[in-house]
Design a protein around this ligand. Structure first.
Ligand SMILES: [Zn+2]
Length: 408
């Protein structure tokens, strides 16, 4: 499965002086186009879903498709929540399948930004999830004319960046040095000196938001100064919009599929251009070899209950399914009964964890302990519990990588 640890992916780019694109997707056309481009360029890629876009699609459905597409890919992929506003957003994204989350409380006072980010980092790291924080304020809104959302751009301060990185423990830092979200008139002037000083102060992969519209030379200088992730959406949305307008002009009576035809090719061309420009093209094989594969873990329990406790099993399972699914890092809870007549064990739980690190945090989570100690363990003394790391032997990943499996 080509999902890889996002922090490993970003650090590979940071060490090797290139940048991975974090491309926001808003439909299947975007998802497929971005992945086709990555495959064509043999490039690592970050599939990014921005909370500000959730009014345009169902996050849960989009994420399911994104995860399936990532599993099918032959290039390394990370799945990222872009601009999550709260701890709850981060936990929801983790439990639905993101292996990286951005917490953006950069509009808050420094101390509040630090405290909220720290909270997300603690929770996410206990689940093995990478966290991107933001310091300074990049004005504008994804995919809109930046002038319509002017705000006050606040450049990231070097001293604050150092303190923020130390106190929060983020894995990647989005900085504000002159870019804006969305379109802007004219070329932005970027503060490269500030970026260099931030880079020496934090020594972390840096992210740039509002990547649309910069020149090749500007990108090159950003990457030289520590930028390893570039968020990119507006140019893709513009290419798609332009394509629809042309289709409408060519045939004023065309329906939906007529309007969106060729959209994927247009988005894909723009993504490929970026991958070449940012140096991520051709890096897929190294990243797959050097970065940890992303492996979910199945926590399996098979059990019997004391005689007389059978009538309570249904209620206990229902309660457990609800309680356990809300714990950070739990992807899914399956409960079941044996189908055969005289099974050695009658009941089972399968709790899917996002990552092996969840094993420890789940075990000590107060909600899990309360459920297990009060409702489950007292009636289920006869049980076996094992954690399995998933290994993907499907056609998409025919040769299991024993080296990477051994790291688990
Ligand atoms: Zn952004």
């Amino acid at each position: 499965m080509p999902l890889v640890d996002m922090s490993d992916m970003l650090n590979h780019a940071y060490r090797n002086k290139y940048a991975v694109g974090g491309f926001d997707l808003v439909s299947l056309d975007f998802l497929e186009a971005i992945l086709e481009a990555a495959e064509q360029c043999r490039s690592p890629v970050i599939l990014s879903l921005a909370e500000s876009h959730f009014e345009h699609y169902d996050f849960e459905l989009a994420l399911a498709a994104t995860e399936q597409a990532a599993r099918r890919a032959r290039v390394p992929v990370a799945i990222h929540l872009d601009h999550g506003a709260t701890l709850e957003s981060a936990v929801r994204a983790i439990n639905l399948g993101c292996n990286g989350v951005m917490v953006d409380t950069s509009n808050e006072a420094f101390s509040v930004n630090v405290a909220r980010t720290r909270q997300v980092v603690e929770t996410a790291h206990r689940c093995g999830i990478t966290v991107e924080g933001e310091l300074g304020y990049v004005a504008g809104l994804e995919g809109e004319d930046a002038e319509r959302h002017p705000g006050e751009a606040v450049y990231t301060s070097v001293a604050e960046a150092r303190a923020y990185a130390e106190r929060t423990g983020v894995d990647c830092l989005a900085v504000s040095i002159g870019t804006v979200h969305g379109r802007m008139r004219g070329r932005p002037r970027l503060d490269f000196e500030r970026l260099k000083r931030i880079n020496s102060a934090v020594r972390l992969p840096l992210a740039i938001h509002g990547g649309t519209g910069l020149s090749e030379d500007q990108y090159r200088r950003l990457i030289t100064a520590g930028v390893a992730k570039i968020n990119y959406y507006t140019a893709l949305a513009d290419a798609a919009g332009q394509c629809i307008r042309e289709n409408a002009r060519a045939d004023a009576r065309c329906g939906y599929t007529g309007l969106v035809q060729s959209i994927r090719a247009r988005i894909r061309a723009e993504v490929e251009r970026c991958m070449h420009m940012w140096g991520s093209a051709g890096r897929a094989a190294e990243v797959l070899m050097q970065c940890r594969a992303w492996q979910p873990v199945q926590h399996v329990i098979i059990y019997n209950v004391e005689s007389g406790a059978e009538p309570r099993v249904d209620a206990m399972m229902a309660r457990g399914a609800e309680t356990l699914a809300a714990i950070p890092g739990v992807r899914r809870v399956v409960t079941g009964w044996a189908v055969s007549e005289q099974p050695r064990f009658r009941y089972c739980w399968i709790v899917e964890f996002a990552h092996k690190d969840v094993i420890a945090s789940y075990r000590e989570h107060p909600e899990h302990l309360a459920f297990a100690n009060r409702l489950f363990r007292p009636i289920a003394g006869d049980r076996i519990s094992i954690d399995f790391a998933e290994v993907d032997y499907t056609a998409h990943n025919p040769v299991p990588d024993l080296g990477r499996r051994a790291q688990l």
